[in-house]
Design a protein around this ligand. Structure first.
Ligand code: NAD
Length: 255
């Protein structure tokens, strides 16, 4: 059975993606910073009868990523699918955007996608099979105010994905970005309060006037739909889908 590493998979979208891979019988390398992360990984393994293991690497650190990927290849035999999902957000106008926040967002949301891809490459190349799935964002395609670092990083991920697709093509490695609109996860819950302060409006108004206002379909995207798309992109049938940036955004970026 194939093995998938999903960064930031003990919360939100990453956990939703992990559950869909578990339903499809994949062995899963979990990663994330949640306190009960190892327990989450264990419970998914028990529930779906698949092999799971938790790795506590800080995805902002290239050395920890390299060590984690070496351990996964030893523990599972190979690493077939990489889902770059770990990500953070910070909302502030440009002039008061703290430089350290800019740096940490670029480090985790963009640089880490390069580090993980670099360190899985040799194994995927040897196997003549690999799938790299990057959870970018609608903000990888269009911008919103107050999200300078996030929008920059996610546009970078969409570009990096295209390079990985071109370089991976001779070796059976595909790379694609999934670009979700708003998904109600802990990351978005936190933004609701931050945006309310930045825009000077109530939290309900942030949801209706800012978030879902962007979607033509006035609903949050579900983690299940993103997980099922990721499982399809990982399949043999998706071998000619590469270098894409796929919006799952209720029609946001169609406008
Ligand atoms: P979340 O906060 O629920 O989950 C993020 C995960 O990343 C957590 O498991 C967290 O522990 C992990 N993480 C954070 N920093 C880490 C680090 N240094 N090392 C290892 N793990 C770390 O967020 P989410 O909403 O599920 O977001 C997941 C991804 O989806 C992010 O890349 C985000 O940008 C993207 N995304 C989210 C939305 C949305 O509306 N929620 C929309 C588009 C894209």
């Amino acid at each position: 059975m194939k093995t998938v590493l999903i960064t930031g998979s003990t919360s939100g979208i990453g956990l939703g993606i992990a559950i869909e891979f578990a339903k499809s019988g994949y062995s899963i390398a979990f990663n994330g910073l949640e306190e009960n992360a190892a327990e989450i990984a264990f419970n998914v393994g028990e529930e779906f009868g698949v092999k799971t293991k938790f790795y506590g690497a800080n995805i902002a650190d290239a050395i920890q990523i390299e060590e984690m990927i070496k351990s996964i290849i030893i523990d599972f035999g190979s690493l077939d699918v990489l889902v770059n999902n770990a990500g953070i957000q910070y909302v502030s106008p440009v002039e008061s955007f703290p430089i350290e926040r800019w740096n940490s967002i670029i480090q985790l949301n963009l640089n880490a996608v390069f580090y993980t891809s670099k360190f899985v490459w040799d194994n995927m190349k040897k196997n003549k099979f690999g799938r790299i799935i990057n959870i970018a964002s609608a903000h990888g395609l269009v911008a919103s105010e107050f999200k300078a670092a996030y929008v920059s990083a996610k546009h970078g991920v969409v570009g990096l994905t295209k390079v990985l697709a071109l370089e991976g093509a001779p070796f059976g490695i595909t790379a694609n970005s999934i670009c979700p609109g708003y998904v109600k996860t802990p990351l978005v819950e936190k933004q609701i309060s931050e945006q309310a302060i930045a825009h000077g409006i109530s939290e309900d108004e942030v949801i209706s006037k800012i978030m879902l206002q962007k979607h033509a379909v006035k609903e949050f995207v579900t983690v299940e739909s993103l997980g099922k798309l990721a499982v399809f992109l990982a399949s043999e049938n998706a071998n000619l889908i590469t270098g894409t940036a796929m919006p799952v955004d209720g029609g946001w970026t169609a406008q």
